[in-house]
Write a protein that binds this ligand. Structure first.
Ligand code: SMG
Ligand code: MG
Length: 379
């Protein structure tokens, strides 16, 4: 079900970029490091009487993927924004095609696409969910739990999230913090929906160890091997009973199709930033749906802007597993939108206002902004 009706065109006058740094309510530890502050780039597309918001989900260092704040900022300023401003008027639907000559830099492209789409849809009075093809007004909410001090601390942390109502738990694992951590959560909470995410921390030589996780009846193991290890993932998947889900490896609809054809994954995590935009994310959704492959919506610790977009995306019909679409309070004491996402009965609502359906809290945004630049047409 490809996007049925394109967005209106916007006569773009410029873009505003901001680097924001938002403190996390608690440190977030993955196999590649610990974050205390979320750094991201907030985009504002400035049109003729309209404006739209987007978010570039890069972090401060190239650890999850090769992109990071300064690479995204540089490519946006020097290459991507000039291409967009060279168009007299632009539909959100055309952003990906205009930016296609630039290789890679998918998160940067996705954030710019989102800002243009938001501007166009606000002008039309249409919601982002309608535009994408959402079929639900709320989505089940899973939570991603970082590596804790020890398994006992992990159990305490997970208990807190279960008490809040999260319907699925994902725990981060790394070598040395895998089987015992997973066992502790299984033993403490019984048959809860549980999955693990390795963020590329293993190699095929760890296959026997990873097979020990089979006994925990996990929903899936996410990205055990490196981004480029598609063939190794296929070899591993054949040795595990736990379904293999790919995150980092799926950088496009083509990459998703290839991974499925090779048997490298039986579940796909969809993140718009990682695949270069929301339209490409819908393409991944569509091909998985046609192939009968379950998908779920990943998260990049988004602010209220990207979080609203993810809720809309996760409301598409092929998203049959709960996503990492949590309440804003999972990460932030203070979001940059006036109505941060909240957990209601284990679900997050898909916003219903025009465009992304969230309004920016200008004071909160200003307070977390550490760099700002405006690029205008013809300047
Ligand atoms: O937004 O809830 C969230 C975070 C979910 O674990 C999460 N994301 O590999 O899936 C993943 C990680 C990547 C984030 S590290 C910047
Ligand atoms: Mg992941």
């Amino acid at each position: 079900m490809p996007i049925a009706r394109p967005s209106a065109a916007v006569a773009l006058e410029g873009f505003e970029l901001r680097v924001v740094q938002i403190p996390l309510v608690s440190p977030f530890t993955t196999s590649f490091g610990t974050e205390h502050v979320r750094e991201a780039i907030i985009v504002r597309a400035l049109g003729d009487g309209v404006a739209g918001w987007g978010e570039i989900v890069t972090g401060s260092a190239p650890l999850y993927s090769s992109e990071y704040t300064q690479s995204a900022w540089d490519v946006a300023v020097r290459h991507l924004i000039p291409r967009l401003l060279a168009e007299p008027a632009l539909r959100g639907d055309d952003v990906a095609d205009v930016l296609r000559p630039v290789v890679g830099h998918r998160m940067a492209k996705a954030g710019l696409e989102l800002a243009v789409l938001d501007a166009a849809l606000r002008a039309e009075g249409r919601t982002f969910g309608e535009y994408l093809g959402a079929v639900r007004d709320r989505v089940p909410s899973g939570v991603s739990v970082g590596i804790q001090q020890d398994p006992a601390a992990l159990v305490r942390t997970v208990r807190g999230y279960l008490d809040e109502g999260y319907v699925r738990i994902k725990i981060k694992i790394r070598p040395g913090r895998d089987v015992a951590d997973t066992a502790a959560v299984r033993e403490a909470f019984g048959a809860i929906p549980l999955q693990v995410d390795a963020n590329s921390a293993y190699t095929l030589a760890d296959a026997d160890l990873l097979a020990e996780l089979d006994r925990f009846d996990l929903l899936l193991i996410e990205q055990p091997l490196q981004e480029d290890d598609i063939v190794d993932h296929a070899t591993l998947a054949a040795r595990l009973r736990t379904p293999v889900c790919l995150d980092e490896s799926v950088v496009s609809a083509k990459a998703a199709a290839d991974a499925l054809a090779l048997g490298a994954a039986s579940v796909i995590n969809i993140k718009a930033g990682r695949v270069g935009g929301y339209r490409e994310a819908v393409a991944v959704h569509d091909l998985c749906r046609d192939a009968g492959v379950p998908v779920w919506c990943g998260g990049m610790l988004e602010t209220g802007i990207g979080r609203a977009a993810n809720a809309a995306l996760a409301a598409l019909p092929g998203f049959t597993l709960p996503g990492d679409v949590s309440a804003a309070s999972r990460f932030y004491a203070r979001d940059i939108v006036t109505e941060p996402a909240v957990l209601e009965d284990g679900h997050v609502r898909v916003p219903t206002g025009p465009g992304l359906g969230v309004e920016i809290d200008p004071v909160a945004l200003e307070d977390v902004t550490v760099a700002r630049e405006i690029l205008r047409r013809g300047a």
